[in-house]
Design a protein around this ligand. Structure first.
Ligand code: PDD
Length: 280
């Protein structure tokens, strides 16, 4: 595999950054994950906008223009001969003697881009279901920034994996659902309302979420953006996760108990179809 590192394309085993890079010492960096489907970057503009926003929020200069970034991503995919897969890119603060405040003058940011193959979404959503567990959200107050500081997410997903589940759905101290450790959460309430949490500093503004919101509005399908309580989650008819890596994924068991009839529901299926339609 070939990785892009600060201007060079290198075999992955030779690709490295300095041990004094602040991304390594402080988690002082921003990342994005994009799905590439048959050579096309899915929701490319949304991801590049979110990257620019995250960088701005932590005062990290852009390593290059969006247009240049697109060219480099394309080159990483070409060199790895990937048509369908995932692109990972991260921008970190760069190399400086270890000291907490942002260095001044600013070091040159480090940019790393890697890619790997990922299968196309399955033809049948029944082959794409998952289990989830619920856990307290122990992350910081700026989860709208896609930071490389992922320790709470790592621990939450480890706990999920040990419970035989795919995702940990997080809830705040008010008993409201925030999001998955690496995905956006949607539910269909007992009353049949499609809901996803409103955007604020406590969740990442998902690109898949934004794309689906647009598609739902376009189709005239009703949904609400508001706080979702843990009780509503547990009593939901359907639970759906969305992200660049999970596409649209129905949760069929929560904390070991079946959701709905234990299979993908009608709304999950409709969202999955909206997602697939956007791909092609
Ligand atoms: N995660 N919320 C969190 C905390 C996430 O980490 C992600 C994505 C999402 C969904 O965002 P999007 O639809 O833009 O992928 C929501 C990526 C895939 C990851 O960390 O691997």
């Amino acid at each position: 595999a070939i990785a892009y590192v600060n201007g060079r394309y290198l075999p992955l085993h030779q690709a490295s950054v300095n041990v004094e890079d602040r991304g390594y010492q402080f988690g002082d960096g921003i990342y994005e994950v994009l799905y590439v489907y048959r050579g096309r970057l899915v929701d490319e503009a949304l991801h590049l906008q979110r990257l620019a926003r995250s960088l701005g929020e932590i005062e990290l200069p852009r390593p290059m223009s969006a247009a240049a970034l697109r060219i480099v991503i394309g080159e990483v995919l070409r060199r790895n001969r990937i048509e369908t897969g995932l692109v990972y890119m991260q921008v970190t603060r760069g190399v400086a003697r270890r000291d907490h405040p942002i260095p001044s003058p600013a070091p040159r940011p480090s940019l790393v881009i890697t890619a790997r193959r990922k299968p196309e979404p399955p033809a049948d959503i029944a082959d794409w279901t998952a289990e989830a567990i619920t856990l307290p959200d122990e992350r910081w107050g700026r989860c709208d920034i896609k930071s490389t500081n992922l320790l709470p997410n790592v621990l939450a997903r480890t706990e999920a994996k040990r419970a035989g589940a795919y995702e940990a759905i997080l809830y705040d101290t008010n008993g409201n659902v925030t999001e998955g450790a690496a995905s956006t959460v949607w539910i269909v309430t007992r009353e049949g309302t499609l809901l996803t949490r409103n955007l604020d500093r406590h969740i990442l503004p998902g690109c898949t979420r934004a794309a689906l919101v647009e598609a739902l509005q376009h189709q005239g399908i009703e949904f609400e953006e508001r706080e979702v309580s843990l009780d509503e989650l547990c009593a939901a008819r359907e639970i759906v996760l969305t992200s660049a890596t999970s596409f649209v994924k129905p949760v069929v068991r929560l904390d070991g108990k079946p959701i709905g009839n234990g299979g993908p529901g009608a709304t999950a299926t409709a969202l999955f179809e909206l997602y697939l339609r956007r791909l092609t």
